[in-house]
Design a protein around this ligand. Structure first.
Ligand SMILES: C[S@@+](CC[C@H](N)C(=O)[O-])C[C@H]1O[C@@H](n2cnc3c(N)ncnc32)[C@H](O)[C@@H]1O
Length: 295
């Protein structure tokens, strides 16, 4: 079914730069909300509410909804559009940088629901997965390829798979064709549910060092793991090979085949004070200075 009350605004065009593809299929909207299993006891954070197709459903079933919208014009109109519900708080802010603790009064448990803008989907998901004050559950719509990487099993894993599955157990809720949006995007989408783990699937003392090593391991994903690690860490094979051997991992395997516990074993065996990752691709920051990539 088509929701004709949202997704269009005669006064203004959707802003492509903000990834504004508004969902118009009410069945998909209902499925997204149902996947979050909201109850009156729940606080729900929604990133990018847009015209409110999800928000209007969420306020009916959740105790409190906090909506974070970067477009100030959409943020200003959201509450009125959906009937000024008492349990809605709208913040005109960026989901990539918003202070998470400032979203709630009590800092209690919350769930995150979002039809994310494609350009910012990965940083927003990563930010909430890694936050000290993280949600218990995320239901997010992302580009189909991103969803596939998040949910990939060993054999097809990428850095994003490891980064997602370290924190959460992912599953696909539903596929969403481009015609379900106005304007239709050029790509298909998938709704993914991420249930946060109580603890990671392997013991890791320092997550930043762990992900540095994983990133090095995926420096050349089509190469054998040993060569990819040499390239990504900047350490010679004489250092990398014994670490692989001690962890019981065949260096001829592809990086995509490693499980998270195997990455953790490599990280544990990596010699102290030896670089885990070198980044040879400095990026220009918005302030014009050169920045090195960080996770
Ligand atoms: C794909 S649309 C989804 C809109 C609405 N939830 C829906 O399902 O129709 C993405 C929304 O995120 C907003 N947005 C874009 N970048 C954002 C950011 N960095 N932080 C918060 N919201 C953002 C856009 O303005 C837009 O409203």
């Amino acid at each position: 079914m088509l929701d004709t009350t949202v997704g269009s605004s005669p006064a203004r065009r959707p802003r492509k730069s903000l990834g504004q593809h508004f969902l118009t299929d009410t069945r998909i909207a209902n499925r997204i909300v149902a996947a979050a299993d909201p109850s009156p006891a729940d606080t729900i954070v929604e990133i990018g509410p847009g015209s409110g197709i999800l928000t209007r459903r969420l306020v009916q079933v959740a105790g409190q909804v906090v909506a974070v919208e970067l477009d100030p014009a959409l943020a200003a109109r959201l509450s009125e559009r959906i009937g000024n519900p008492d349990n809605l708080k709208v913040l005109p802010a960026d989901g990539r940088t918003v202070e998470i603790s400032a979203l709630f009064d009590d800092g209690g448990p919350y769930k995150l629901v979002a039809n994310l803008p494609y350009y910012a989907a990965s940083p927003i998901v990563r930010r909430f997965l890694e936050a000290a004050l993280h949600p218990t559950l995320l239901v997010v719509m992302v580009q189909r390829e991103v969803a596939a990487a998040m949910c990939a099993p060993p054999g097809s894993m990428t850095l994003l798979s490891v980064a997602t599955q370290f924190y959460a157990v992912p599953s696909v809720v539903t596929q969403v064709p481009a015609r379900s949006f106005r304007p239709p995007p050029k790509v298909a989408s998938t709704v993914v549910k991420l249930v946060m783990r109580d603890k990671p699937p392997a013991d890791v003392d320092d997550t930043s060092e762990f992900f540095s090593l994983v990133r090095a391991g995926f420096a050349a994903p089509r190469k054998q793991l040993r060569n990819s690690l040499v390239q990504g860490s900047g350490c010679p094979a004489e250092i990398v090979s014994p670490v692989l051997e001690a962890a019981g991992i065949d260096g001829q395997r592809r990086p995509a085949t490693l499980t998270i516990p195997e990455w953790a074993a490599l990280n544990t065996g990596w010699p102290q004070n030896t670089p885990r990752h070198r980044d040879l691709r400095p990026t220009a920051g918005s302030d014009g200075r050169r920045h090195h990539r960080t996770r």
